[in-house]
Design a protein around this ligand. Structure first.
Ligand SMILES: N[C@@H](CCC(=O)N[C@@H](CS)C(=O)NCC(=O)O)C(=O)O
Length: 202
């Protein structure tokens, strides 16, 4: 192996896609390893914590947990603050995104009736509370910290894109419409040249 390898499911979503996007925006030449659902059970025990994404760097032990991977990419390539207190503020928001995923992910495995009531409950309570807290902590525009994109913005983008897509059953596409800073981060990341070039590739 002579270049970084990012290992994740073969889908343009969630924790893996945010790591791919961060690597691409950072200009890193990496191997985009796509794992099929059929191959995953055999690979799972070999992953550091039994999950993906995993980042392999030449000559180093594999790295896991999306926030650790994103912070590493960000630190190396100017996409995470050098000020340690500001960095911790960004990492707090990244953890906030993981808390949203922890709340929504169990519903992915539910049968229809249970899924409907669980998601309606999230729409009535957890998601507006989550979005209010996110909005309060986005203190600048258009990105989380002003004019410059950081890995935290890529992470926020992924969840707003997912839950605001209108394709997640029982979650309305306008779930985050009342939160202009959150939508602003999403739109600014979507329109960033590095992000556009990732989605424009063949
Ligand atoms: N805390 C981990 C969570 C990783 C995780 O749950 N990954 C999911 C995909 S997004 C996964 O690998 N699921 C398959 C499995 O756990 O078997 C992170 O931030 O990367």
């Amino acid at each position: 192996m002579n270049k970084p390898r990012l290992i994740y499911f073969d889908a343009p979503v969630s924790r893996g896609e945010e790591c791919r996007l961060a690597l691409h925006v950072a200009g890193v030449d990496f191997e985009d390893v796509r794992v099929s659902a059929a191959d995953w059970p055999a690979m799972k025990p070999r992953m550091p914590y039994g999950a993906m994404p995993v980042l392999e760097l030449p000559g180093r032990a594999p790295l896991a947990h999306s926030n650790a991977i994103l912070v590493l990419i960000g630190r190396r390539h100017g996409l995470h603050p050098s000020d340690d207190v500001e960095a911790a503020r960004h990492e707090g928001m990244m953890q906030h995104v993981e808390e949203l995923r922890a709340a929504v992910s169990p519903t992915l495995r539910m049968a229809d009736a249970e899924k409907k009531s669980a998601r309606e409950a999230l729409v009535a309570g957890f998601l507006p509370n989550w979005a209010n807290a996110a909005e309060r902590n986005i203190t600048a525009t258009p990105f989380f910290a002003g004019d410059k994109l950081h890995v935290v913005d890529i992470k926020l983008y992924q969840v707003v894109r997912w839950l605001g897509s209108g394709k997640v059953d029982h979650i309305p596409a306008e779930i985050f419409a009342a939160y202009p800073r959150l939508i602003g981060v999403h739109d600014a990341v979507r329109d960033h040249p590095g992000v556009k070039s990732w989605y424009a590739r063949g």
